[in-house]
Write a protein that binds this ligand. Structure first.
Ligand code: FCB
Length: 443
């Protein structure tokens, strides 16, 4: 059964940050510091999903999706990131999973979507190898409670983005600015993935995946300097996180003066244990030129000539086909089935005078990307799922509540949910799917 779903993440939707024994996460700390998040927004209330989840499950049932990708907040389950387990935190996800199963919506659980317990960050966070071991311990705790009903597990969300924004540039929590010295964060996250995957398997988890953010990289020109810079960027963004998982080795980065000294014997065996799928998040391609100064070996040249989202991201639907067929060409038989675990766009959506939200640009975005997905499948890529980011407008990290990605509009003052035109459009499109792509409906 092809999985058609929506995706969310705990810190972006839950709120209730100090309820029922939840510990502090790096995002609570970061958002609480002046100047970190636009207009001082925080995830303290967010979509209040922690209380409104039954309504959100009904919204998904009404949409007609057959899967829901959400993340578990580690500090709800282990408030200090290790040791004592907070049963009340697990109970929340237990109830959610039961409600999803009752609606025939397959739960797809992400174990880490960036909200690390602050107590672990205080000990070095992902710069510290021990965090990988703590992550596996936490994965085991969650699996012990949920693996009997959750068939699909995603260890990490976008370790590249977490490393770059969280540890290299400091625009996301935990706000470190280490540039290339952030690289151990790549290895420790991947080691955490490998250890957690083994713990999940021991507990009978069905499908185990990792989700990587991937982008097709284009050189700004045929100039060899631009081509070399594009190669460097592709290595860092795409291959650094796919090669070790799929091929059991890191790409050669010595030309950029980069070495991963923290890799120990046996790590890559753990990291490359076979997976049931590769999760891919796609938003846009990237155009890269040679750098104008010393520092990083590339510069973002920007893509022009396409419509842009509210975030300013270029809308290039065929980039999804290009990415998927490119992965197949690069990895061949080493590529497991692919799940597009995020794809979507932010728009300036507000209800009109009649209360409806006419997000035509999102309909065009999704229409184009689903068509590109179909083309990639027709070209032989084994894709097994597609998740729209996102079900709800939510806390968009450093942009706070300024970027609306939802199929459902959220009034953040009241929590009121209003399905947008794209929600109604997607429901009709899903209902038209036939054969193996059909979404079975309860009578
Ligand atoms: C991805 C993140 C997700 C959301 C979208 C817009 O990089 O995984 O949480 O912020 O971008």
């Amino acid at each position: 059964m092809f999985l058609w779903g929506t995706a969310t993440a705990s810190y972006q939707i839950e709120g209730a940050v100090s309820e029922d024994g939840r510990g502090v996460s790096v995002w609570d700390t970061f958002a609480g510091e002046p100047g970190r998040v636009r207009d001082g927004h925080t995830g303290e209330v967010a979509c209040d999903h922690y209380h409104r989840w039954p309504e959100d499950v009904e919204l998904m049932a009404g949409l007609g999706v057959n899967s829901y990708r959400f993340s578990v907040a580690w500090p709800r389950v282990q408030p200090t990131g290790s040791g004592p387990v907070n049963q009340a935190g697990l109970d929340f996800y237990d109830r959610l999973v039961d409600a999803l199963c009752a609606r025939d919506i397959v739960p797809a659980v992400t174990l880490f979507h960036w909200d690390l317990p602050q107590a672990l960050e205080d000990r070095g966070g992902w710069l510290d190898r021990d965090t990988a071991h703590r992550f596996a311990e936490y994965a085991a705790v969650v699996a012990d409670r949920l693996a009997d009903r959750v068939p699909m597990w995603i260890t990490l969300n976008e370790p590249f983005v977490h490393m770059v924004f969280g540890y290299a540039l400091g625009t996301h929590a935990p706000g470190r600015t280490l540039l290339l010295d952030a690289l151990p964060v790549a290895h420790h996250q991947l080691l955490g993935h490998g250890l957690a995957a083994a713990a999940l398997r021991e507990r009978g988890a069905g499908r185990v995946l990792i989700t990587n953010n991937c982008t097709p990289v284009r050189a700004a020109s045929a100039d060899p300097a631009d081509v070399a810079a594009a190669h460097a960027y592709d290595t860092l963004h795409n291959r650094l996180f796919n090669d070790p998982v799929l091929l059991g080795k890191y790409p050669d980065m010595s030309a950029y003066g980069v070495r991963l000294d923290c890799v120990r014997d046996g790590d890559l065996d753990l990291i490359s244990a076979p997976l049931d799928g590769l999760g891919i998040n796609y938003y846009n391609p990237t155009r890269i030129a040679a750098p104008s100064d010393e520092g990083l070996p590339f510069t973002d040249a920007g893509i022009t000539g396409y419509p842009t989202t509210a975030f300013g991201w270029p809308v290039v639907p065929d980039g999804l086909r290009e990415l998927l067929t490119g992965l197949k060409a690069r990895y061949g038989d080493a590529l497991p089935p692919v799940y597009v675990t995020e794809n979507g766009c932010s728009q300036h959506d507000e209800p009109g005078p009649d209360g409806t939200v006419d997000d035509r640009a999102r309909i065009d975005y999704l229409d184009g990307h689903i068509a590109a997905l179909d083309r990639a499948r027709a070209e032989g890529v084994d894709v097994r799922g597609y998740y729209v980011w996102s079900l709800l407008d939510n806390f968009e990290w450093a942009e706070g509540y300024h970027q609306r990605f939802g199929l459902v509009h959220v009034d953040f003052a009241t929590g009121r949910r209003t399905p947008k035109a794209s929600y109604h459009w997607l429901r009709e499109r899903l209902a038209e799917r036939t054969g193996a792509d059909a979404v079975p409906r309860k009578p």
